[in-house]
Design a protein around this ligand. Structure first.
Ligand code: PGD
Length: 765
């Protein structure tokens, strides 16, 4: 056991800056003192560092080593420990074989995942850099599981994604100017607790409270009451899952027919309203999208919709649409329609008004950008042009050579022989895990760097133990956070764990590209090198700009913020002729000729109501919301103290309404089985009227724990909702992930309770 330490080490995680000190048994955590609302997720670190789930040494799947007898990968096969030198030789040979036999386009290095906050030991950047230098490239992925649909549709409609979500309305503007916030999908604090690269101050709670005290009214349009924090004093409008577009259309319809819309704004700044207007009024389909029509779809009374519409033009109104709405089939539609509704209100570009897609989705949004660059590791040049939209990974592996559509292009899936993953957990993040398991049985070899025995590590062939963030030095920084943090190592690496960088440096040596990969620098020299552009920019701006050693000694550095100028939407509003939007028309596209040209019936050329092709029915009557967890980031540190403290008898809680619970004879704390045609999992019932009737909510991130045995659809005994979700693209335009919602049934589990093995290491030979 490591010796207790006296010193506190400054550090940072995606969920906040903090200091840490090893007390000989656990880690003491002290949140960053200037943070007004530190995240409880920090407490996961306390017990995590020496947990049994940590990977202690390199391991190789026995069945993979014994190639002649290679069987299907399963989660209960044995692993063999392998010394570092041997495993690196083995892997270097395997990489060379794949490159010689199949070329770089046979390697999937998409390796999606959040990994840890440091800007140098960022696992995804490291693996991409390595594959570019050592392999001539790899098949990459584009977009994210967070914003798969919006990242594609928003550039068509408003000419950008970053500028609409991050460089737009700030929390200061909301606190000062906004009168009404219409939050589709809410703005839950558990989401803004997190910002990739780190965050020194969580400001959202106080900003919402300040606005509410000034008289601003927040409407939480969501199936869950707590999608907005108590401090917002919100009016909750429970809405049937996946029907927000119908409500938005009805609001637009009322604005139009009661002449409450800003026709001058639409005429000056938008294109295509006339075509959309025909749809809204039902000129061609005899279905006016009015409040009565929407009431039948959304479950919100028509009078409530009309009253809400009448309120919107009074005062400063901000429309927000959360990521969750677009992580569903046809997820492009609410993102587009939110912009159209805001355009009809004519406030886009005004302080605290208009449209801010995904405000509050992360701690990056609603803030000013830094006026200086932050450290970034160059990933080199990818010599392979092939890519997939990130959530199509199982499709790709299962269907090599098959064609698919993406954003107006017809493309083909590559034939993948080797998968290299570092810093992500697809058996947490991907949909329809039973299908994913089949897909990950296709490649010849799977390599994973991990710090813990996640299900992805247990499904790999070669598993290399990576250090956890607190076991190495790094720099924490985000483009919208005013602090650069010296992330000092707080303890020694567990077992034989190595930094991802050191693993890739050793592999590069074997492959003859060490100099290209390391550029002759060790970690400390890299940190100083990456720090330099920030220091230089600070000096040029006349700010405090210490050299690297001094910054490291101090532990943090203040970064100046750029002005709160409203971004390109404000500039466009102020001068639309000289500051055209980067759309084909230079305006807000209510109708898109480009999208019309794609001819996709699952993404028409103006926003429209497209009902899900898998609605609830008598067999699967409940809508499951599989949202982001409040007790951890995704699946990271699910074995940590805070995440564990919120489980019920070790299983993930599923929240359901008392009406649905009573109908099924389920009591608080009962173990229940959630199921549909794709799979089943156990979870523990938490009964609450914060969840509307007809809805159950099970957050993502409980590590997949299949009951042992050969079943094709094994029961996950721990509570991973992705055994239930649908693995389809949002539409042909974006092919985003649809993990947020699915139909299920829920019953009290009466069988013998299977033990939870999610955090046990695999058996060793
Ligand atoms: P994490 O749990 O953050 O999930 O998916 P993602 O794969 O990012 O996984 C990160 C992994 O990196 C962890 O296993 C951690 O141990 C490992 N790691 C951390 N630091 C290091 C390091 O330094 N080196 C190495 N080698 N490994 C490291 C998140 C994804 O899930 C996202 S972003 C979203 S938005 C989606 N959300 C949903 C959803 O809402 N609903 C469903 N059903 N599904 C989703 N999936 C998506």
């Amino acid at each position: 056991m490591d010796q207790a330490r006296e010193d506190w080490s400054p550090h940072s995680a995606h969920w906040g800056a903090f200091s840490a000190r090893w007390n000989g048994a656990t880690l003491d955590i002290r949140p960053y003192e200037e943070d007004p609302a530190p995240s409880s997720i920090l407490q996961n670190f306390t017990t995590a560092m020496r947990h049994k789930a940590r990977i202690l040494r390199p391991m190789v799947r026995k069945a993979w080593l014994d190639r002649s007898a290679r069987s299907e990968r399963t989660f209960d096969q044995k692993f063999v420990a392998c010394p570092w030198d041997e495993v690196l030789d083995l892997l270097a040979n395997e990489l060379s074989r794949i490159r010689t036999e199949y070329g770089a386009a046979a390697v999937y290095g998409g390796s999606y995942g959040w990994s840890s906050a440091g800007r140098f030991h960022h696992a995804q950047s490291q693996v991409h850099r390595f594959l570019n230098m050592a392999f001539g490239g790899y098949v990459r992925s584009v977009n994210s599981y967070s914003a798969g649909a919006s990242a594609v549709i928003l550039p068509h409609v408003l000419g950008g994604y970053e500028d609409v979500s991050r460089r737009n309305v700030t929390w200061d503007q909301v606190a000062e100017h906004t009168d009404t916030v219409l939050a589709f999908g809410g703005m839950a604090l558990k989401n803004s607790d997190v910002a990739s690269g780190g965050i020194s101050r969580h400001i959202e709670r106080d900003a919402m409270q300040k606005a509410a005290r000034r008289g601003a009214v927040f409407y939480g349009i969501a199936p869950l009451r707590d999608d907005l924090p108590e401090e917002a004093g919100a009016r909750w409008l429970p809405i049937r899952v996946g029907t927000d577009v119908a409500l938005m259309l009805a609001l637009a319809h009322t604005l139009l027919v009661e002449n409450l819309w800003d026709s001058a704004f639409v005429a000056r700044y938008c294109t295509g309203f006339d075509i959309f207007e025909r749809y809204l009024l039902g000129r061609d389909d005899n279905t006016p999208k009015d409040a009565a029509w929407a009431a039948g779809i959304t479950g919100i009374p028509a009078a409530t919709i009309v009253d809400l519409a009448r309120r919107l033009p009074r005062g400063r109104t901000l429309i927000t649409v959360s990521h969750s709405l677009q992580r569903a089939q046809y997820g492009e539609q609410p993102v587009w329609m939110g912009a159209v509704l805001a355009a009809m209100l004519g406030q886009i570009g005004l302080p605290g008004g208009g449209y801010n897609y995904a405000l509050g989705a992360l701690g990056h949004t609603g803030r000013r950008f830094n006026a200086v660059p932050i450290p970034t590791l160059s990933q080199g040049k990818n010599g392979t042009s092939e890519f997939i939209p990130v959530a199509r990974v199982a499709d790709m592996l299962l269907n090599p050579g098959e064609s698919f559509e993406y954003n107006g292009r017809s493309m083909r899936y590559p034939d993948i022989k080797l998968v290299y993953w570092a810093g992500g957990n697809p058996f947490h993040h991907h949909q329809d895990i039973n299908r994913l398991r089949r897909a990950f049985n296709v490649p010849q070899t799977i390599v994973v760097h991990e710090s813990a025995w996640t299900p992805m590590a247990k499904f790999a062939d070669i598993v290399l133990p990576a250090t956890m963030t607190l076991e190495r030095d790094d720099i924490g920084a985000a483009g919208t956070d005013p602090r650069l943090i010296a992330m000092r190592r707080a303890m020694d690496p567990v077992g034989e764990a190595r930094d991802d960088f050191d693993i890739f440096a050793a592999l590069s040596r074997r492959l003859g590209v060490e100099q290209a990969f390391t550029e002759g620098r060790d970690t400390r020299q890299w940190l100083a090198h990456l720090y330099e552009p920030t220091r230089k920019a600070l000096a040029e701006a006349g700010c405090d700009a210490p050299d690297f050693e001094e910054f490291w000694e101090r532990g943090e550095l203040a970064l100046p913020s750029a002005p709160d100028d409203g971004g390109f939407l404000r500039a466009f509003r102020n001068d639309p002729l000289n500051n055209k939007l980067p759309t084909p028309s230079g305006k807000i596209e209510i109708y898109s000729k480009a999208i019309a040209g794609f001819g996709y019936d699952d993404c028409p050329p103006h926003p429209a109501w497209l009902p899900s092709t898998e609605p609830p029915d008598a067999r699967r009557p409940l809508m499951l919301i599989a949202n982001q967890p409040a007790t951890r980031l995704h699946s990271q540190l699910d074995f940590g103290a805070y995440s564990q403290s919120k489980k019920i008898a070790g299983r993930e809680p599923v929240r359901l309404n008392p009406v649905d619970a009573a109908r099924r004879g389920i009591a608080d704390g009962d173990i229940v089985r959630l199921f549909n045609d794709r799979g089943a999992c156990l979870a523990a019932a938490a009964i609450t009227d914060d969840v509307m009737p007809g809805v159950v909510q099970l957050s993502t991130g409980a590590w997949y724990d299949p009951e042992p045995g050969a079943a094709e659809h094994p029961l996950c005994v721990h509570g991973n909702p992705n055994v239930l979700t649908r693995d389809i693209g949002t539409s042909r335009i974006a092919q985003g992930c649809c993990g947020q919602v699915t139909v299920v049934e829920c019953e009290k589990y009466t069988g013998a309770l299977p033990a939870i093995h999610a955090f046990d290491p695999p058996e060793q030979d």
